[in-house]
Design a protein around this ligand. Structure first.
Ligand code: ADP
Ligand code: MG
Length: 832
């Protein structure tokens, strides 16, 4: 045993023999610290341990005797665990799994005179520890079933099972992976006499008195206790938990953790976490996990359950990450990470655990994505040739010349289509960059080859718009496609027409169908669907993509998005898709001029709107009304509309678009706007997606601070779609919001990719990509903003995948299993 550790043990033993009177060392235990620190360094103890010992012993003299006992035992547990001395000193075999079948140590047992020599893990132990020494990873025990239902746990019956199920917890494994929402640091044990108002602390003391009284004419009951140690006393109160009164009386000695508050000039603790001193300290005196809860599941209960499960099971968790990868990136092993993410020893170790688990998530995701890609590539698809001879006249007949970026994307698509493997491509391009025409040409190629194509849009307005423009774009050229071979299928399509369309799809008369979710419905069948196009793909879930694909036989797939995400991120989230980027705007576009106005300057914005409309242009005015909150939305949209029409724009024709209109009504308003019967469109955020109104030159966004950057950028994309100068006016709700970083970023750049990076920086990806985006939102820990970690996980995954694509090597068995579990958990057979 190292000298420094021997010394600690010696002093701790002496202290224990003297019942913690702090006289084992002259001048008190903290006197040993400076000498000990040097020795420990010489012994090369880890810096973490050294710091832990020092920080815990520094205030030793100020603690009550009970607290001292707790502290010394805790420190010793930690030291012995991390240095592996336990096995040398412990006479009993290490406690392995089945703590539940062991009798609990008697509460109120006499103080253990030799904490150092024989620490009892079940008693007074501030830091739950791995039951087996670290150095020697435990062999998985055969009967340890991580998939076992939670009802196999003592104390979980049907009712709890139901409740936990609501949280998505069904198995032991689910419990291990139910991560805390946050942690509260109660590890700062303090004498009561030196507490400060506003601190989060843990104190240990005796219960001097307990009383309870009713308040609010008997509706509420308050339990009040006076807890004291040598240095002082503090009052603690609990509301509406009358049972606490008896528990406190029985406990005599308690540990309280919580916020120190002030009441009538005295320090108090309101509803602190507490537990009797004799129990192992799980809820107090440590960094405490705080879990998400549901009805019938209390924090204390869940914490207890998870703690037991973590202790029993986590040491035996097989680690899917190969050791060399762990070593390369200094990642902790899985048992440590799981234990530390629940019950961390320190903030540092918590961060380390998170890092490790986040890496694992990204890594498993990437492995899954890669194997999906491989699987996809192993299928065969119908090859569609598009000769230059045929293509050129098609391009000639378009109303414009393709940009170079569009040409490049088209060439990539053509190569995919003719390859004999189903295309699986993401077409990314900023708002207005002209993605539609590329998709349209892809459809034409497939139709030219005798098959059918489907074009899925997220809203009926957009589907309708695509329907109109595709008809125009595609029926001018070769004669491969006639107007009657193109159809629109949306929710509002009358049932008899739907019937007709289905029939014509099934017998192949319709070559190109454009539609919304209605397309995905069961009765829709194709004669020979060979290309599925999905516009604004982030609006759809993966399932929907899968359904559309199922309607053909390995059809080619082209998904489009205007959500600009950084390349490394795209490769991670959509790693199974090939990526085409249209990074160039059609010529003649004048960048939209963006202004940020003070709320009091709104009249200037209205003036601009009038001026533009007088020139024959059109305008959008967007209000920050939340689409989901039904009634409120409708009322305020209508109110706002009436006010604008009557007071601000009495001489202009206004239209109103909001989420509570039915699809037919929405469409009607949009058509009237497109046909210029409406000059100013007042709208909620639903105008965001894809609309193309070339004469709209003003986008006025009120309450602009309430929108995300991506959304603002999409709004702005509704204007500036012609060669006329356009304006985007952002008016936040209050003057202070003028400083808003997002709004400033909008003024600074028109480039969607720059904004995407910016937004990632400001808020993280969840928001930017929209909540409906799938694939990565299931990530529990990894932050998509951590591009560095993403890169590393991706690189490692690719390396392994190259060496062993089926993960059949011996040392990849665990990994193969984990990848499979990761992906089946998400129920996504189709992840593209
Ligand atoms: P998005 O990429 O946002 O879906 P669209 O495909 O709707 O963009 O195109 C935006 C507008 O630009 C449409 O009116 C379209 O007709 C026009 N457009 C597309 N490509 C070109 C081009 N190469 N030259 C001129 N206009 C183009
Ligand atoms: Mg579009």
């Amino acid at each position: 045993m190292k000298t420094s550790i021997q010394k600690l043990r010696k002093f701790f033993r002496l202290e224990a023999e003297r019942e913690y009177d702090n006289k084992a060392v002259m001048g008190g235990l903290s006197n040993i610290l400076s000498a000990w620190e040097m020795e420990a360094r010489e012994d090369q103890l880890s810096e973490q341990i050294i710091q832990a010992v020092i920080s815990r012993l520094r205030d030793y003299h100020r603690l009550s005797e009970d607290s001292r006992e707790v502290v010394l035992k805790g420190v010793w547990q930690r030291v012995s665990r991390e240095t592996g001395v336990e096995s040398e000193t412990q006479k009993q075999p290490p406690v392995t799994k089945q703590p539940k079948s062991q009798p609990e140590p008697e509460p109120g047992q006499p103080k253990n005179p030799e904490p150092a020599a024989a620490p009892e893990p079940e008693k007074s132990e501030p830091v739950p520890q791995a039951p087996t020494p670290k150095k020697d990873p435990p062999k998985p025990i055969l009967d340890l079933d991580f998939q076992a239902p939670i009802t196999t746990i003592k104390g979980i019956g049907e009712k709890k099972q139901e409740a936990l199920k609501r949280m998505g917890i069904q198995s032991i494994n689910d419990l291990l992976y139910t991560f805390p929402r946050r942690h509260d640091d109660y590890s700062k044990l303090k004498p009561i006499g030196s507490l400060w108002y506003g601190e989060f602390v843990t104190v240990i003391g005796s219960v001097k008195s307990v009383s309870s009284r009713a308040v609010r004419s008997g509706k509420m009951k308050i339990v009040e206790a006076l807890i004291s140690d040598k240095s002082g006393a503090i009052r603690a109160t609990w509301f509406n938990q009358p049972w606490i009164e008896n528990q406190l009386i029985k406990a005599k000695q308690v540990v309280l953790s919580g916020l120190v508050e002030q009441y009538l000039g005295r320090l108090v603790m309101n509803s602190p976490e507490w537990e009797p001193l004799s129990k192992k300290q799980l809820h107090t005196n440590r960094i405490v996990p705080v879990y998400p809860l549901t009805k019938d599941v209390t924090q204390k209960w869940l914490r207890g359950v998870i703690h037991d499960i973590v202790e029993e099971y986590s040491p035996h968790l097989p680690d899917p990450l190969p050791e060399n990868i762990r070593a390369n990136h200094s990642l902790s092993n899985l048992p440590d990470a799981i234990r530390e993410i629940h019950f961390p020893d320190s903030d540092q170790s918590l961060q380390k655990a998170k890092q490790r688990l986040a890496f694992e998530e990204l890594f498993l995701m990437q492995m899954g994505v890669l194997s999906q890609k491989k699987q996809w590539e192993s299928r065969s698809g119908t090859a569609f040739e598009s000769s230059e001879d045929w293509l050129l006249p098609q391009l000639e007949s378009l109303p414009f010349k393709l940009t170079n970026a569009q040409k490049k994307a088209l060439d990539q698509v053509r190569a995919d289509l003719s390859s004999g493997t189903p295309m699986n491509r993401l077409l990314q391009g900023d708002v207005g960059s002209g993605k539609t025409v590329v998709a349209a040409l892809a459809a034409l190629i497939v139709i030219h080859g005798g098959a059918q194509a489907a074009f899925l849009a997220p809203t009926s307005i957009l589907a309708e718009q695509h329907f109109q423009s595709l008809k125009k774009l595609l029926t001018q050229g070769s004669g491969d496609l006639a107007e009657i071979q193109i159809a629109l299928l949306i929710g509002a399509t009358p049932e008899n027409e739907k019937e007709d369309i289905r029939k014509q799809l099934a017998d192949g008369e319709i070559k190109l169908i454009i539609g919304t979710h209605a397309l995905l419905q069961d009765p829709v069948k194709f004669q020979n669907l060979q290309l599925a196009i999905i516009d604004e793909q982030h609006r759809f879930g993966v399932e929907q993509r899968g359904i559309l694909r199922q309607k053909g036989n390995n059809p080619h797939l082209l998904v489009m998005t205007a959500t600009p995400i950084p390349r490394s991120l795209a490769l991670t989230i959509y790693g199974d898709l090939e990526l085409s980027v249209i990074d160039e705007m059609p010529p003649g576009r004048i960048p939209v001029e963006t202004h940020l106005l003070n709320p009091s300057e709104i009249e200037r914005a209205f003036g601009l709107v009038r001026g533009q409309v007088d020139k024959g242009n059109q305008a959008f005015i967007v209000y920050p009304l939340v689409e989901e909150s039904d009634k409120v939305d409708e009322k305020s949209a209508v109110d706002e509309f009436n006010r604008l029409q009557e007071e601000v724009f009495p001489n202009y024709k206004l239209g109103l678009l909001h989420g509570q209109l039915n699809p037919a009504e929405k469409e009607e308003v949009m058509i009237r706007f497109r046909d210029k019967e409406i000059q100013i469109m007042v709208s909620t955020s639903i105008v965001e997606v894809g609309l193309d109104i070339p004469d709209a030159t003003v986008m006025l966004v009120e309450g602009a601070h309430r929108f995300g950057l991506a959304q603002l950028h999409q709004f702005r994309g509704r204007v500036g779609r012609s060669d006329q100068k356009s304006y985007c006016i952002l008016v936040p709700g209050t003057i202070e919001e003028i400083e808003n970083q997002r709004l400033q970023a909008m003024v600074d750049t028109n480039d969607g990719f720059v904004l995407a990076e910016k937004d990632l920086e400001i808020r993280g990806p969840g928001q930017f990509l929209g909540t409906r985006q799938s694939g990565y939102t299931e990530l529990k820990l990894a932050s998509i903003t951590d591009l560095d970690l993403i890169e590393r996980a991706r690189t490692e995954a690719s390396t392994i995948f190259k060496q062993d694509p089926d993960l059949s090597q011996e040392n990849h068995h665990q990994l193969a299993k984990a990848v499979k579990e990761f992906w089946t958990q998400k129920n996504t057979g189709d992840i593209s």
